[in-house]
Design a protein around this ligand. Structure first.
Ligand SMILES: Cc1ncc(COP(=O)(O)O)c(C=O)c1O
Length: 366
């Protein structure tokens, strides 16, 4: 059996350290917004070279709070991609705003910057960019458009911790970068967790207030906020893992290059644009015979999952937005051809060989 992700293999390497800090948290009995959260927020600012980071309860809340902090409200429009996890668009809808989808690039599966301008209306307030699977979106071009048209840019970096463009980390291009520390993410906690980063202290202050019921303390409330705080146990574990994140990402990259070598004649392998540093949260191949490959791998207990089988504009929950089939042709084709393979820093070459041999078999026999 070869899983998509095996978190246990990472845990055993850092077990002593993790158990020690967990014990410290229990001994101190400070569970919410204590010294571990403060240390983690500081480490995040240093890692990204920004002034502020704010720990929150999940990646979904990071997006929610970021959009609320920049003032997105009812009937505003926010441009985003139809090819992402549902949470991206939920965050827009939670504000009462309307998501406006723009089709994706056929190579990176990220929002196609060249199509953004045609989707702008007088109600457009922001662009919510997603760095899908760990490959950064075209931030230089997106920022150029946003500056010209006076739009906010929020980055959904849930799948791309540590990815860069010409050395600059994702999350530092727009007004706010949003992260998820869901356990299977490149930087994963032992439960839910998230954070926002920003170079604008006034936005950080707003998120800090909003994550705590719209209050700066003492039961005085300036806004309607949320209970969305990162807890001490998660922060303590994240502090340990953050020290290793560059190595974890490098190990993912090595495995991606090995897959590329073995699979490039058989299926379409992920691309990495020049100057872009992909962190392979997912290693995602594409083939018109995707279903056959998936079925064969799964029958051999090899992990292979479709992220995502239905673009968001065609989801039942979003029917009321009025999109229909054919509106986002690239996202629609891509969702019928992509397949993500097992990918994690501790995946062995032997396991990768089994995955690749099985793909070969599927294509020969199918
Ligand atoms: C692109 C993207 N955005 C947002 C989220 C939401 O993060 P969370 O699960 O921490 O709420 C995820 C992951 O789950 C994601 O992959």
């Amino acid at each position: 059996m070869i899983p998509m992700v095996d978190l246990k293999r990472q845990y055993v390497q850092i077990k002593d350290e993790v158990l020690k800090v967990i014990n410290q948290v229990f001994e101190s009995s400070r569970y919410v917004l204590g010294p571990h959260v403060q240390a983690f927020e500081r480490a995040l600012t240093e890692f990204h070279g920004v002034s502020d980071a704010v720990g929150v309860a999940s990646g979904t809340d990071a997006l929610n709070l970021a959009l609320k902090a920049i003032g997105i409200k009812r009937d505003d429009e926010v441009i985003t991609t139809p090819f992402t996890f549902f949470a991206t668009v939920e965050a827009i809808l939670y504000q009462g705003a309307r998501p406006v989808f723009v089709d994706i690039e056929p190579e990176t599966y990220n929002i196609n910057a060249e199509l953004i301008e045609s989707a702008i209306t007088p109600r457009t307030k922001a662009i919510l960019v997603v760095h899908l699977f760990g490959h950064p979106a075209d931030m230089p071009r997106i920022m150029e458009i946003a500056r010209k048209l006076n739009l906010y840019v929020i980055e959904d970096c849930a799948q791309a911790f540590g990815a860069t463009i010409n050395g600059r980390p994702v999350g530092t291009f727009g007004e706010i970068g949003c992260f998820s520390f869901y356990p299977s993410k490149n930087l994963g906690a032992c439960g839910d967790g998230g954070a926002v980063i920003t170079a604008k202290p006034e936005l950080a202050e707003r998120v800090r207030m909003l994550r705590n019921h719209g209050s700066r303390g003492s039961y005085i409330h300036e806004s309607i906020g949320l209970n969305s705080r990162l807890d001490e146990l998660q922060a303590a574990v994240l502090n340990i893992k953050l020290k290793h994140i560059r190595r974890y990402n490098e190990e993912r990259r090595k495995r991606a290059f090995y897959y590329n070598q073995r699979l490039s004649g058989l299926v379409k392998c992920p691309v990495e644009k020049q100057g872009y540093h992909h962190v392979y949260h997912q290693y995602t191949i594409s083939s018109p015979r995707r279903d056959r490959i998936k079925e064969h791998l799964n029958s051999k207990e090899i992990g292979a999952v479709v992220y995502y089988p239905l673009p968001l504009h065609l989801q039942k929950a979003l029917e009321f937005l009025g999109y229909s089939e054919g509106d986002m042709p690239v996202a629609e084709r891509v969702s019928s051809e992509v397949l993500s393979l097992p990918m994690f820093p501790e995946l062995t070459e032997e396991e990768q060989n089994i995955v690749c041999d099985s793909i070969e078999e599927a294509l020969k026999n199918g």
